[in-house]
Design a protein around this ligand. Structure first.
Ligand code: UDP
Ligand code: MG
Length: 342
C-alpha cells in the first residue's frame, strides 16, 4: 500500500465523491475505489463530502477515514445539494488529477483507469459517456436525452451529450472551475466552458444497488434550469420572437376580419368570449416572461449577496496533512498579460 500523502506532497489523484444518505453502499464503494486506486500504483486520496445525510453515512465515513488515511471527510452543516458538494470536494482536492464520481456505485470505479489513460495521453478533461443506463425508467431516460439535446442546441458551450459529472479533470481545469464562484452551478457546463483538451470514454452506468435516487423531478428541473440560465440568454430572447409574432398577427388581424366579414356577411369574431380568450392568452405570455426575467434577476441577487457556497461543520482524516485547506483559490484574476493601452 502506498504511503498516505503528507502536507508537503500532494497526491497524484484526488477522487471526489458527494454523499447523501449512502450509508449502506459506502463500504463497498470505498473497497472498490481503493482496489482501483491501489492498482494505479500512485498516490491518491478519497474525499467524501457529506452533504447533510440523514442516515448514519457520516459515522460510516468517519470509520473509513479512521481506518485508512487516504480517506478524508468534509462534513457540511446541512444539505447544500449535489453540485455544491462536488464543488467543495474540488476545493479541498489536492491531486494533479481530480476524479468526480457518484458514491452510489452507479458510476463504476473500475472505469477510472480508462479515464486516467486518456489523461496520460494529454487530455485535460476526460468525461465518462453513458452507454447504457439499466434500471432507469423510460421517463428518466427520455427526459435526460431531451435535456442534453436542448442544452446542446440553445447554450453557447458545447456540453457533451449523455454525460453526467463522472469525469477526470486536470489540475489546471480544476483551478479554473473552482475560481468560478457562481451560486447556481452546473459543473458539466462549467468544465466545458473553460476549454482545454477534452475527450470522452464510454462506460455502462450501473443500477443503484442501495438506497434510492435523491434526484426527483423537481431537482432535475432545477439543474436543467441552472444549465439553461447559466449558459444561455435564450429564454430572454424568446420575448422578442413572441413580440414579433403577436405584432404581425395584430397587423394582419384587422384587414383579415374585415375581408372575412364582407365575404361571409356574418359578424365574425365579435363578443366577449373572443376578447377574454385573447386577454388570457396574452396575460399568460406576459407572466411567462415576468418569470423568465425574475429568474435572471434572482440569480443576480444570489451573486451580489455573496454568501459562501457552503458551510463546513467538520473535517476528518486530515491528521497527517495538517490543517485542511481549500486549495489554490485565487479570489482575483491573474494579471492580464495584454492590458488594453490607455
Ligand atoms: N447527492 C448529494 N446531495 C444531494 C443529492 C445527491 O451529494 O442533495 C449525491 C448522492 O449521494 C450520489 C450523487 O449525488 O452520490 C448522485 O445522486 P443520485 O444517485 O441521487 O442521483 P441520480 O444518480 O439518480 O441522478
Ligand atoms: Mg445515482
Amino acid at each position: 500500500m502506498q504511503e498516505p500523502t503528507s502536507q508537503a506532497q500532494a497526491p497524484t489523484y484526488s477522487v471526489v465523491a458527494p454523499v447523501y444518505n449512502e450509508a449502506e453502499g459506502l463500504p463497498e464503494f470505498y473497497r472498490r475505489v481503493r482496489a482501483v486506486m491501489e492498482g494505479l500504483g500512485e498516490t491518491w486520496e478519497l474525499i467524501l463530502v457529506n452533504d447533510g445525510s440523514r442516515d448514519n453515512s457520516l459515522e460510516v465515513m468517519r470509520q473509513l477515514s479512521a481506518a485508512d488515511p487516504h480517506v478524508r471527510v468534509i462534513d457540511f452543516a446541512r444539505n447544500f445539494g449535489h453540485q455544491i458538494a462536488v464543488t467543495a470536494g474540488m476545493d479541498y482536492a489536492r491531486g494533479d488529477a481530480v476524479i468526480i464520481i457518484d458514491s452510489d456505485l452507479q458510476d463504476p470505479p473500475e472505469t477510472i483507469p480508462a479515464l486516467v489513460a486518456k489523461w496520460r495521453e494529454g487530455y485535460e478533461v476526460v468525461y465518462a459517456v453513458r452507454n447504457k443506463r439499466p434500471g432507469e425508467t423510460w421517463f428518466k431516460l427520455f427526459t435526460a436525452k431531451l435535456f442534453y439535446r436542448i442544452i446542446y442546441r440553445i447554450t453557447d458551450v458545447h456540453i457533451p451529450v449523455d454525460t453526467g459529472d463522472f469525469r477526470l479533470m486536470d489540475r489546471r481545469v480544476v483551478d479554473a472551475v473552482i475560481n468560478m464562484r457562481e451560486h447556481n452551478r452546473f459543473i458539466r457546463g462549467m468544465t466545458s466552458w473553460v476549454g482545454f483538451r477534452q475527450t470522452g470514454v464510454y462506460y455502462d452506468r450501473d443500477v443503484r444497488k442501495y438506497g434510492s435516487t435523491s434526484y426527483p423531478l423537481r431537482k432535475m428541473l432545477k439543474l436543467a434550469w441552472d444549465a439553461v440560465t447559466g449558459f444561455s440568454f435564450f429564454p430572454l430572447r424568446l420575448a422578442i420572437y413572441a413580440a414579433f409574432v403577436l405584432f404581425v398577427l395584430s397587423v394582419l388581424a384587422i384587414p383579415l376580419v374585415a375581408v372575412l366579414r364582407l365575404a361571409t356577411g356574418e359578424q365574425l369574431f365579435e363578443g366577449q368570449a373572443t376578447a377574454i380568450t385573447v386577454v388570457l392568452l396574452l396575460g399568460s405570455a406576459q407572466f411567462f416572461f415576468f418569470f423568465v426575467l425574475g429568474q435572471y434577476v434572482a440569480r443576480i441577487y444570489d451573486e451580489v449577496r455573496g454568501r459562501p457556497l457552503y458551510i463546513v461543520a467538520d473535517t476528518f482524516g486530515y491528521e497527517d496533512a495538517g490543517k485542511p485547506q481549500r486549495h489554490r483559490i485565487r479570489m482575483t484574476q491573474p494579471a492580464d498579460p495584454n492590458p488594453p493601452s490607455a
